[in-house]
Design a protein. Structure first.
Length: 181
């Protein structure tokens, strides 16, 4: 017990002498969800659209393990090719980002959704654990900028005769001929 008190006193003394302090939020990585965009935001059925998610480390240090979770309408996620295992329990691991570095996820697809409004929500979760677990301590300086939602609309494709291809002339040849008496 006496040895433990001596060690604790020495550590505290060295901390004061060398001004060593525990990590503060200013010293930690801070991953910020900068962009979660569907472009265009109003899509005609059968048109191409792009989902772009951009994450930037605006903190002072390199981040450790981070998981990107995408939630929302299941059909909207599938339309952009997002695997359905991407849930609160299983996300997509992100690479480590140095301070100032950016990670961009994009998916461009032909949208075949029914007309309506859709939502995709992106969440950055510190650590490689499910969202049901607490975030790793000292892994993120600010959790308030780790979530962003995007809404988009799919409009029904309009039918136009010009969509049928080149114009064709249909010959009109009467096939009934007769003799009038």
């Amino acid at each position: 017990m006496k040895n433990n008190i001596i060690w604790i006193s020495m550590i505290l003394g060295l901390t004061l002498i060398f001004n060593i302090s525990p990590a503060t939020a200013a010293d930690l990585p801070d991953l910020s969800l900068e962009k979660n965009v569907v472009s265009p935001s109003s899509i005609t059925q059968g048109a191409t659209a792009t989902l772009t998610i951009e994450v930037k480390n605006i903190g002072k240090a390199k981040n450790r393990a981070v998981t990107l979770f995408l939630h929302g309408d299941e059909k909207a996620l599938q339309a952009f090719g997002i695997p359905m295992y991407n849930s609160a329990e299983h996300g997509v691991s992100m690479p480590e980002l140095a301070a100032g570095q950016v990670f961009t996820y994009t998916s461009t697809k032909v949208i075949k959704l029914s007309s309506g409004n859709y939502t995709i929500r992106a969440i950055i979760w510190p650590g490689n654990k499910p969202m049901s677990a607490a975030p790793m301590s000292n892994s993120e300086g600010n959790l308030t900028n780790n979530e962003k939602e995007v809404q988009f609309t799919v409009k029904q494709a309009s039918f136009k005769p010009s969509n049928l291809g080149p114009k064709h002339k249909i010959p009109a040849n009467p096939s009934n001929t007769g003799v009038i008496n």
